[in-house]
Design a protein around this ligand. Structure first.
Ligand code: C5P
Length: 239
């Protein structure tokens, strides 16, 4: 076990995990792990390398060779990823890439190959880890575990808005179906299913604005992490 504190932020897609995690990382000046991006990158690289979703050995070999470093992207921003010198951020965020990630994420061998990779992000002064199994499997000794939920309708609406803002074309109805399928796959898989850790604080964000959720979590951070002073409500590095 490491002395470096970790705060985990888990939950299904569209709950605001990524945005909230980026604010927390920026506020505390801690490292940031977007574990979903790792699964997405692997799915994307596999597709580009013509490695099929059932070629477990091929996927594990790709996972072992992944060399991704995230710097805190800034509050409210997502990590950008370059592959072979090309920014693939937009490709990474499509629902089709999310589906690919969710399919390969159900393979225990792939999860194991990415486990140490994720744990290596734990470095002083601390880590904000965003994902599905951060509090249950990857960082079971996290000092604070948050699990965010929201109704399926609200999550689909948020994802739709987010994709549109990025200029990615999406149909709300189709998105709702795809999100429901991904949720089912993520929560029903035998290995590391999507679920709150027993010691997680569960927050339903359906009717909450993102600022209110950040305030709530910032209060929990101040109560649980020694030496952290109050949330000022804004970032010095605001996007
Ligand atoms: O969080 P994001 O939507 O980017 O994650 C994409 C997919 O990667 C998820 O639907 C899930 O299947 C998988 N994932 C996972 N465990 C994590 C993070 C993501 O299985 N810790």
């Amino acid at each position: 076990m490491s002395d470096v504190p970790v705060i985990t932020v888990d939950g299904p897609s569209g709950t605001g995990k990524g945005t909230i995690s980026s604010y927390l990382a920026d506020w505390l000046q801690w490292h940031f792990l977007d574990s979903g991006a790792l699964y997405r990158i692997l799915a994307l690289v596999a597709e580009k390398s013509m490695i099929s979703r059932d070629d477990v050995a091929g996927l594990v070999s790709l996972a072992n060779g992944l060399n991704v470093v995230f710097t805190c992207p800034g509050p409210g921003r997502e990590v950008d990823v370059c592959l072979a010198g090309k920014n693939v951020g937009a490709e990474l965020r499509t629902e089709s890439c999310g589906k690919g990630a969710s399919c390969i994420a159900a393979l225990p061998e792939v999860r194991l190959a990415l486990l140490q990779h994720q744990q290596a992000f734990r470095a002083p002064p601390g880590l904000i880890a965003d994902g599905r199994d951060m509090g249950t499997v990857v960082f079971p000794d996290a000092v604070l575990k948050i699990y965010l939920t929201a109704s399926a309708e609200e999550r689909a609406r948020r994802r739709h808005k987010q994709l549109k803002q990025k200029g990615i074309d999406a149909n709300l109805l189709q998105l709702s179906v795809e999100i429901a399928e991904r949720d089912a796959r993520d929560s029903q898989r035998p290995v590391s299913p999507l679920k709150p850790a027993v010691d997680a604080v569960v927050i339903d964000t359906t009717s909450l604005k993102i600022e209110a959720v950040i305030e709530l979590i910032a209060k929990l951070v101040c109560e649980n992490i020694p030496g952290v002073s109050g949330w000022s409500g804004q970032s010095h590095n605001k996007a």
